[in-house]
Design a protein around this ligand. Structure first.
Ligand SMILES: [Zn+2]
Length: 254
């Protein structure tokens, strides 16, 4: 039975991932996320239902528009695949318990943020605000008002800490070292994984980001690299592994 649920979560994830691709690529431009329906950006051809199947449509069409044969971005099926994997991992790790709802909400918000940060170097305020409110309501319903207040405080502390890091960076590099979106994203991360752990997210994201950034700098000849995706990956890793820094310290002391 478990495997059927895992597969179902994967399929739902790819469908949601397809929708997140639309949100992430339209919201930063101020476009409607509902109208017009998905179309080829080159010839305007509206996609029929069989051209909207996550991952598969891209493979069957060999990555080209069925009408004008323009190459489609491989990033969209990758977003669908990533969301599918993350949704099924949420189920595998949390099963049908309350944290599953928080996991799915957080992973969804992070995916939309990662997509718009990769596409436009923008982390939309709307996503941060909407998902924070939704997560606070979920935390309140699951853990009560005391715990949700602590989570809110964790978010605020993480936000202030990240702002401090940015000020230090600006001073050290004598230029804007970090976008405002990354600081707001830290609020969302702190809200979900708690305050001391959100510090680990910053270190872990730099650790993951460094080799990838060097690779992009070397091959793409661009010097703008979004930091949001690395923060998002690090936070999801910590959420999934339930890595607890305080427990880790007490283990070292023992
Ligand atoms: Zn086309």
């Amino acid at each position: 039975m478990d495997i059927y649920y895992t597969i179902s979560f994967f399929i739902f994830g790819t469908l949601f991932g397809s929708f997140f691709g639309v949100i992430g690529s339209r919201l930063p431009l101020g476009e409607s996320i509902i109208y017009p329906s998905s179309h080829c950006t080159n010839c305007g051809h509206f996609l029929r239902s069989y051209e909207l199947i996550p991952i598969f449509s891209f493979l069957f069409q060999k990555g080209k528009c069925t009408k004008c044969k323009t190459k489609l971005s491989w990033k969209y099926p990758l977003y669908e695949l990533a969301t599918g994997i993350l949704f099924s991992l949420c189920y595998v790790l949390f099963k049908f318990t309350w944290p599953l709802i928080i996991g799915i909400t957080f992973v969804s918000a992070v995916m939309i943020i990662v997509i718009s940060d990769i596409e436009y170097y923008i982390i939309p305020d709307e996503v941060i605000v909407f998902s924070s409110i939704l997560l606070l309501i979920e935390l309140f319903l699951i853990h009560g008002w005391k715990a949700s207040l602590l989570h809110l405080l964790s978010g605020a502390c993480s936000f202030i800490l990240m702002y401090g890091v940015k000020c230090l960076g600006d001073f050290a590099f004598k230029k804007e070292s970090m976008g405002g979106g990354d600081i707001k994203l830290m609020f969302l991360i702190g809200l979900v994984i708690g305050f001391p752990m959100s510090i680990i997210t910053i270190f872990l994201s730099s650790f993951i980001g460094l080799p990838i950034s060097l690779f992009i700098l070397f091959y793409k000849k661009t010097n703008i690299i979004p930091f949001g995706p690395f923060l998002g990956i690090a936070a999801i890793l910590i959420l999934f592994t339930q890595f607890d820094f305080t427990m880790f310290l007490s283990l070292l002391g023992a």
